[in-house]
Design a binder for this molecule. Structure first.
Ligand code: HEM
Ligand SMILES: *[C@@H]1O[C@H](CO)[C@@H](O)[C@H](O)[C@H]1NC(C)=O
Ligand SMILES: *[C@@H]1O[C@H](CO)[C@@H](O)[C@H](O)[C@H]1NC(C)=O
Ligand SMILES: *[C@@H]1O[C@H](CO)[C@@H](O)[C@H](O)[C@H]1NC(C)=O
Ligand SMILES: *[C@@H]1O[C@H](CO)[C@@H](O)[C@H](O)[C@H]1NC(C)=O
Ligand SMILES: *[C@@H]1O[C@H](CO)[C@@H](O)[C@H](O)[C@H]1NC(C)=O
Length: 348
């Protein structure tokens, strides 16, 4: 009964608000407090500001799209999509001193979020959360790289808690983990195997450092890896400590498409966490179905992204709307700096 109602609600919503260019999309339930029209009256230009800015930035550096998509993933997996990943001093944020090894989030992505923060504030005042800016930036990174066009619910609030180093390490699966281990981590946040296969498709854009897959090429070839691909990776990464990088999807490094799954089928996945999706007899068939049908992949990716994008969100009066995405509002230094810049306009 309840599920029929939710289904009815969702189909009504999508009928009423879908942009004409979007195909009918099946979406997970929308969390209370989030909505597709959240900023309709308070910041009607929000989505066009984000899209225009990112389009310009990606013409200069398409790698930024991958950087922004990954920031949203890290934000949502570590204590929910609350923008804590952006906080200076958060374990997965820009602060060097607390960052666990191998997190390698791109500084350009944090910079772009702060620039968007300023553009949006200038147009609408301080009404849009940094967590929503991150979610929209990830959504547009997918679309502007050739992926699906889709709508996301908005209304997230920014968290006031830093992500600790321990929480970060415990929440983010490592690339060296096998699929059973990763599935048990995901089950704690209600994500399942179907979500894992679809979301891993985010690895169709972006790059990796050698250290993230050195376990598969040193001291010798992981037997599940294609031999020619191994030779190519050993050429890129002459030693395990090399700081070089390589594309996550060598077939089409900057295009958001289904080639990542073609890589996996050919045993050219980069991480253990990637290739093991194809080695797992229970979920191998999902990988194969995405490798032959990009439309199917896009549908499932959208579903799981909207699900991931609602993990542990703060809504209503919880949290705050940060003045500076890198600092909590009661951070005195940040307030002084923001006031110097904005004078009377600053509202706290
Ligand atoms: C299943 C668990 C996952 C693991 C173990 C994992 C692991 C990694 C690792 C190790 C890197 C490379 C870091 C480096 O060496 O520079 C990476 C990059 C990336 N990941 Fe994931 N990831 C996972 C899930 C996801 C999800 C769910 C998304 C988004 C939907 C995502 C999007 C990306 C992107 C776009 C990059 C490239 C970043 C860049 O070029 O700056 N990953 N991931
Ligand atoms: C992180 O990188 C270091 C070397 O830079 C390596 O020793 C360590 O095993 C890596 N950890 C993970 C989780 O990949
Ligand atoms: C973090 O984890 C390590 C190892 O599991 C543990 O020794 C340490 O006490 C933890 N620190 C905090 C602050 O919880
Ligand atoms: C996955 O890794 C865990 C931890 O290293 C290990 O206990 C388990 O046996 C592995 N599972 C498979 C199917 O390889
Ligand atoms: C690909 O997937 C889409 C979406 O689920 C489906 O409508 C279509 O029939 C599939 N195409 C093929 C050739 O199987
Ligand atoms: C935002 O906060 C960070 C971290 O505290 C600080 O380094 C930066 O200068 C602040 N930016 C502005 C514009 O106040």
């Amino acid at each position: 009964m309840a599920s029929t109602f939710v289904f009815f609600l969702l189909s009504t919503l999508s009928l009423a608000f879908s942009p004409p260019e979007a195909e009918a999309q099946s979406l997970p339930p929308i969390v209370n407090g989030l909505s597709f029209t959240f900023y309709k009256s308070t910041c009607p230009k929000l989505e066009s500001i984000v899209r225009k800015f990112l389009k310009e930035q990606f013409e200069k550096d398409i790698g930024l799209a991958a950087g922004l998509l990954r920031v949203h993933f890290h934000d949502c997996f570590v204590q929910g999509c609350d923008g804590s990943v952006l906080l200076d001093g958060s374990a997965s944020g820009p602060s060097e001193k607390d960052a666990p090894p191998n997190l390698t989030l791109r500084p350009e992505a944090f910079k772009a979020i702060n620039e968007l923060r300023v553009l949006i504030d200038n147009a609408c005042g301080r009404v849009v959360s940094c967590a929503d800016v991150v979610a929209l930036a990830a959504r547009d990174s997918v679309f502007l790289s050739g992926g699906p066009q889709y709508r996301i619910p908005l209304g997230r609030r920014d968290g006031r808690r830093f992500a600790t180093r321990n929480a970060t390490l415990a929440s983010l699966p490592a690339p060296t983990f096998n699929i059973s281990t990763i599935l048990s981590i995901l089950s704690r946040i209600n994500l399942d195997a179907a979500d894992l296969v679809a979301l891993s498709g985010g690895h169709t854009i972006g790059r990796s450092h050698c250290s993230s897959f050195s376990n598969r090429i040193f001291p010798s070839r992981d037997p599940t890896m294609n031999r020619a691909f191994f030779d190519h990776l050993r050429f890129t990464c002459p030693t395990a400590s090399s700081t070089n990088t390589t594309p996550l999807d060598f077939r089409s490094p900057n295009a958001f498409d289904n080639k990542y799954y073609v890589d996996l089928v050919n045993r050219e996945g980069l991480f253990t966490s990637d290739e093991d999706l194809f080695m797992n007899s229970k979920i191998k068939s999902i990988v194969q179905s995405f490798a032959v049908n990009q439309t199917l992949f896009f549908e499932k990716f959208v579903f799981s992204m909207v699900k991931m994008g609602q993990l542990g969100v703060l809504t209503g009066g919880k949290g705050e709307i940060r003045a500076n995405c890198s600092a909590r509002n009661d951070d005195k230094i940040a307030i002084w700096r923001a006031m110097e810049k904005e004078g009377d306009k600053a509202v706290y």
